[in-house]
Ligand binder design. Sequence first.
Ligand SMILES: [Zn+2]
Length: 245
Amino acid sequence: MISRRITSQITRIPLAWSNVYALTDPLTFETTLIDTGLQKDLPRLLEGLAEIGVSPQKVRRVLLTHGHCDHAGNAAYFAAKGAEIVAHSRELPYLLKPRRTYAPTGLRRFSRLLSTLLFFAGEKLYPVERMERVTPCENGDVIFTPLGDLEAIHSPGHTPGHLAFLHREKDILFSGDAILNIIPVKLTASPSLPLRVFTEDWSEAKLSAQSLVALRPEQMLSGHGSPLTENTTKILQKWARTLRM
Ligand SMILES: [Zn+2]
């Protein structure tokens, strides 16, 4: 089995680098996806969805936390099957035609050069097919999903238009890459920020992480790493104190 059920309506599908979350109506199997993995992850993603009875046509909406290749790689595939793709308005230049490549401006000169080279190589190896239409979303917008309403939370820093999604009633935070639950490179489970070289604005990323922690979620489901489902608020608050601003 590829898919990992978290509840009857939430399934995590771990892919090569990142997680996809499927929010599924248990009666109709209609599904909202949060993120879509790398383009090369498509067979594994479809297999994971088939395990829970979801065909590609049942994916009616895709919420993108951001446009990096390991999150938006298959958005165009689901758009072609009729899904609505939703992303923050500031992320649209990286998703629509003509394309713009990420090139973080908030880094020092050498890191910026390295980062631009890495993004350029990433675009070649792991392309993100640009789309004709993406529904723009703003901070505070409420999006209906099979799990209930999710609130979009603009959490910039990692990318300019990064979004987290909060289920207020259930206190579940889908944190994307604003807070991971794995330390990059070391690969140990812990709240963490993504690598700086892939992050647009480091101080903004820290501020966004702090404001997500202040929401005191009971569960955090992140773009990378396993779910954080116990003592979540305490663990996050302890970690947030170590972030030097
Ligand atoms: Zn990312």
